[in-house]
Design a protein around this ligand. Structure first.
Ligand code: NAD
Length: 248
């Protein structure tokens, strides 16, 4: 299926590796002009070269609102505009209520909530003016089903999801869609850091018995960015191999 987005311009945050890189690769394969960012120049340039299709790698830290906005500004300058924004960042450190000190909350809220706000503030008004735009936020299944040892992630991403839902309804009439994708466990560096390299997916609650493939996740991001997805907005889509046990 032709997704109808060839020639569109995308900024994909935190994309040296993992789900962000996979989203960028899927968009680039559809003919989208893509700018990605990471904090390390050599790694982001290597990833951009591996993605190909003219993908541009920029050094930017999207760990807070200003960093997120600066990345979108740089992408806008490089591409002449941004039609598609994929928000992403690393995850905060693990911990429970008892093990997580109060001073750890503000950095986590900057990383996984305020950076999303900063990126949207920088990108969405021009999308509204153009009458077309796509925002896809990579969040976490932890929004739907908080994970016991990830209290910072659970807290920050729930706030981001409420922000995105509010934004989606405000800009829906301008041709701009705003959705989030909630990854369950995918085979990336983040997963290996949290659970080790040899963990059994079924043993940690993935009914499918395998971890998600980043490339498959990237394809789902691209579909949400498609022209045909114009009527999908304000949605939170969980991609988790059946891990979420609830009805809604
Ligand atoms: P990852 O840690 O494998 O990759 C994150 C990428 O973002 C890396 O390239 C890293 O260098 C870059 N990055 C991190 N912080 C950055 C910053 N401040 N500025 C710029 N670049 C930055 O993570 P992933 O598995 O690809 O996950 C992406 C997001 O989805 C993360 O927020 C993660 O917590 C979340 N998530 C992942 C899973 C999973 O199973 N992989 C599950 C649920 C949620």
């Amino acid at each position: 299926m032709d997704l109808g987005i060839a020639g569109r311009r995308a900024a994909v945050a935190a994309a040296s590796t993992g789900l962000g890189a996979a989203a960028a690769a899927a968009l680039a394969a559809e003919g989208v002009r893509v700018v990605i960012c990471g904090r390390d120049r050599a790694r982001i340039e290597d990833t951009a070269a591996a993605i190909g299709h003219g993908c541009i790698g920029l050094v930017a830290d999207v760990g807070d609102a200003a960093g997120g906005a600066a990345f979108v500004g740089a992408a806008t300058e490089a591409l002449g505009g941004v039609d598609i924004l994929v928000t992403n960042a690393g995850g905060p450190p693990p911990g429970t209520f008892a093990t997580t000190d109060l001073d750890r909350y503000e950095p986590a809220l900057s990383l996984n909530l305020l950076s999303v706000v900063g990126m949207c503030k920088a990108a969405v008004p021009a999308m509204q003016a153009n009458g077309w735009g796509r925002v896809v936020a990579i969040t976490s299944l932890a929004v739907r089903q908080p994970m016991a040892t990830l209290i910072l992630s659970n807290t920050a991403r729930a706030g981001a999801t409420a922000f995105l839902k509010t934004l989606a309804r405000e800009v829906a009439a301008d041709g701009v869609t705003v959705n989030s994708i909630q990854p369950g466990l995918h085979a990336t560096d983040r997963l290996r850091a949290l659970y080790g390299a040899d963990v059994d997916p079924a043993a940690i609650g993935v009914p499918a018995g395998v971890f998600g493939r980043p490339a498959d996740f990237g394809a789902i991001v691209a579909v949400l960015c498609s022209d045909q997805a114009r009527f999908v907005t304000g949605a939170q889509i969980h991609v988790d191999g059946g891990a979420y046990a609830g009805l809604l």
